[in-house]
Design a protein around this ligand. Structure first.
Ligand code: GLA
Length: 385
């Protein structure tokens, strides 16, 4: 429990008191179903062992959050009554501050908090360090102040914080995974009803690995929000064919009927989301059957669709994916998360991993940066440590 002791010591140093609670919250890797969550669609993620750890204590009779980042060696203090604002270079502080303010906005009453935190998720890798931090803080505040918040509402508050404070019109996948992830399991999530079911991951001699392109994706807010908007516009066109609220409500036949009325962008975005939702449904079946070949093919198709139709990949991600796909023993590979950098996910026979790692030397030669590979271990959602 090295991290726990480190956090306890730092919390003491910075705030002059011991924390009352130490919490771990995981990052996520999405196996399949990209850019479907904000379209009310399906996703199939896992929580991973990398994550965020926080120490937290109460400040009685106060309305202030004081947050210290061990990694940035910086403290930021904010009154609950202050307007929420993006704090330039200190935008890391928006996540914990945003969460407490959203909890209050939703009618939950509690006093001040001191939070110190550190993370093991590489920054900008698209593994959802922000959602992990949000969920850790919401969970910590809920526990300490014994707030009456249902788990799914806690997840929604964290999503709301990201949308309102950080300004990303994100879906619910990342926050949901940080709360509901389960060791040794992936899960299928319906992002409209929030119903979910776990799928034990039995990979035999294969493994999921992630490869960090080291192109920091910085959730390119404007591009991400642009995609959300394009999907909404595509729904307006599809409404001429059949009533519906989001791309989730449409299938390939509806798409064909509306085809000629879309702008070129709307056509591509709708095509991706509709086909990706089907891939998640197929993906769940193939994982349950242990059909890795089929699942790998779905991953490859997902990447192609994200590259060609959703246009969120980049040269570095494509290189990593194509290099993996050529290796004997690789079932499939694709970019994960929002895109524009970040990580790829590869399903590969364990014995073929050294060959892949060897090939990554070519990445360094071509792009002048190193790509790092991590093993993916499905892990539990947020919990006390
Ligand atoms: C980011 C968002 C998620 C989801 C993915 C793309 O991680 O936070 O809500 O939209 O991108 O699938």
């Amino acid at each position: 429990m090295k991290i726990k002791n480190l956090l306890i010591d730092k919390h003491n140093d910075i705030f002059g008191e011991a924390p009352e609670l130490v919490v771990h919250s995981p990052g996520r890797v999405n196996l399949i179903g990209e850019h479907t969550d904000y379209n009310d669609g399906f996703v199939l993620p896992i929580a991973i062992s990398l994550g965020i750890d926080i120490a937290i204590s109460r400040i009685p009779d106060s309305e202030v959050i004081s947050v210290y980042s061990l990694d940035k060696e910086k403290k930021i203090v904010s009154l609950y009554t202050d307007l929420m604002k993006s704090s330039g270079n200190d935008d890391w502080a928006n996540y914990p501050i945003g969460v407490v303010k959203i909890l209050r906005k939703n009618g939950h009453k509690f006093g001040g908090v001191r939070v110190s935190f550190t993370g093991s998720i590489p920054e900008g890798a698209g593994l959802s360090s922000s959602a992990a931090l949000e969920v850790a803080v919401a969970y910590g505040v809920k526990q300490l102040y014994k707030l009456n918040i249902k788990d799914k509402d806690l997840v929604k508050y964290c999503q709301q914080a990201e949308q309102e404070v950080v300004g990303v019109r994100c879906g619910i996948m990342d926050q949901f995974t940080a709360k509901f992830g389960k060791a040794e399991n992936a899960f299928f999530l319906d992002c409209r009803s929030l119903e979910h079911r776990y799928i034990p991951l039995k990979l035999k001699s294969a493994e999921f690995i992630i490869t960090n392109s080291n192109i920091s994706h910085k959730l390119s807010t404007s591009k991400y929000n642009e995609r959300v908007f394009e999907c909404e516009e595509a729904v307006k066109v599809l409404n001429e064919v059949k009533p519906g609220k989001s791309l989730r409500d449409y299938n390939k036949d509806d798409y064909e009927k509306a085809r000629e009325f879309f702008t070129p962008e709307e056509k591509k975005r709708a095509f991706h989301v509709i086909s990706e939702n089907n891939r998640v449904i197929e993906g769940e079946k193939s994982l349950k059957q242990g059909d890795l070949k089929k699942f790998g093919q779905l991953m490859n198709d997902s990447h192609e669709s994200l590259r060609l139709y959703y246009e969120v990949s980049c040269a570095e991600l494509d290189w990593l994916v194509e290099t993996a796909q050529k290796i004997e023993g690789c079932y499939g590979s694709r970019m994960i998360g929002a895109g524009f950098g970040g990580c790829t996910l590869t399903l590969i026979e364990k014995k073929a991993i050294p060959e892949f790692i060897e090939k990554l030397k070519g990445y360094q030669e071509k792009f002048g940066i190193a790509a790092i590979t991590y093993e993916v271990t499905p892990s539990d959602g947020v919990h006390k440590i």
